[in-house]
Design a protein around this ligand. Structure first.
Ligand code: SF4
Length: 206
C-alpha cells in the first residue's frame, strides 16, 4: 500500500505542499514513495523528502547532498550504481524509503504526521519477506521503524552505530541521518558511514 498522489491525510503537509507549488512550480511537490525491490534483504529508512532533493525531483534520496552521499556509499559497496535525477533506477540491490512520505516544514514532521504515515512504512516492511538488515537514518526513522515492526520503543532505543536484534531474521542498525548539517557539524563522520556499510556487507555476505 502506497500513499496516493496528493495524499490529504496530513493537513499541515498539504498546506506546505500547496505553498511550495506556488513558490517552486517546477518542483515535483508531492509525496515521494520508496524505490527498490520488496524482495531485497536490505531496507534503508530515511526521514522525509528534502525540499530541493526528492521534493524537487520526485525520486527518493535524489538531487541533494544527503542523496548524493547515500548513493556514493551504495555505489562504493556495490549495492547500487549511479542514480541521477535524469535516469531511472534499475540496479538497486536494496529498498529505500522514508518514514514520512511528504516534505515537512524545516525537515520536522510532527507526531500526528509520523503516526499517520507509519501505515505506509509498515505495509512496505510487511511485504519484505527476505528482509535481514534495516538501516535507519536518524531517531525519527528509527522510532517509526520500531513502531512499524510492532516492537516496543522502550526496548529498542536509538543510538548512533548501535545494532539491534529484532528477531532471528532481522538486524536493525542505527546511524545519524546523512544530512549536510550532520556532516558539517561532524555529528556524523564519513568513517561512521564506512563502518556501517562494511558491517552491512559482512552481515549480508554480498
Ligand atoms: S505524510 Fe504520509 S500520510 Fe501524511 S499526507 Fe503525506 S503521504 Fe499522506
Amino acid at each position: 500500500m502506497e500513499p496516493k498522489k496528493n495524499c490529504t491525510i496530513c493537513n499541515r503537509l498539504v498546506d506546505y505542499r500547496n505553498q511550495n507549488k506556488i513558490l517552486f512550480p517546477d518542483f515535483y511537490n508531492d509525496r515521494v514513495v520508496g524505490i527498490g525491490s520488496f524482495s531485497s534483504e536490505l531496507l534503508i529508512v530515511g526521514l522525509a523528502p528534502g525540499l530541493r532533493g526528492a521534493n524537487r525531483t520526485g525520486k527518493i534520496f535524489n538531487g541533494d547532498f544527503s542523496g548524493n552521499l547515500l548513493f556514493n556509499f551504495l555505489k562504493k559497496y556495490n549495492i547500487s550504481k549511479s542514480y541521477s535525477e535524469f535516469e531511472e533506477m534499475n540496479n538497486l540491490n536494496c529498498r529505500i524509503t522514508n518514514a514520512v512520505k511528504c516534505l515537512p516544514p524545516n525537515n520536522k514532521p510532527n507526531s500526528f504526521e509520523i503516526k499517520k504515515c507509519n501505515v505506509f512504512l509498515s505495509s512496505e516492511i510487511n511485504k519484505m519477506k527476505n528482509l535481514r538488515i534495516i538501516l535507519t537514518l536518524g531517531q525519527i526513522s528509527h522510532n517509526s521503524t520500531i513502531i512499524a515492526l510492532n516492537k516496543n520503543l522502550s526496548e529498542y532505543k536509538f543510538k548512533h552505530l548501535k545494532k539491534h536484534k529484532i528477531n532471528d531474521q532481522i538486524i536493525l542498525l542505527n546511524s545519524y541521518h546523512c544530512s549536510k548539517y550532520n556532516i558539517n557539524t561532524k555529528r556524523l563522520k564519513i568513517s561512521d558511514l564506512d563502518y556501517i556499510f562494511k558491517l552491512i556487507k559482512k552481515l549480508l555476505h554480498f
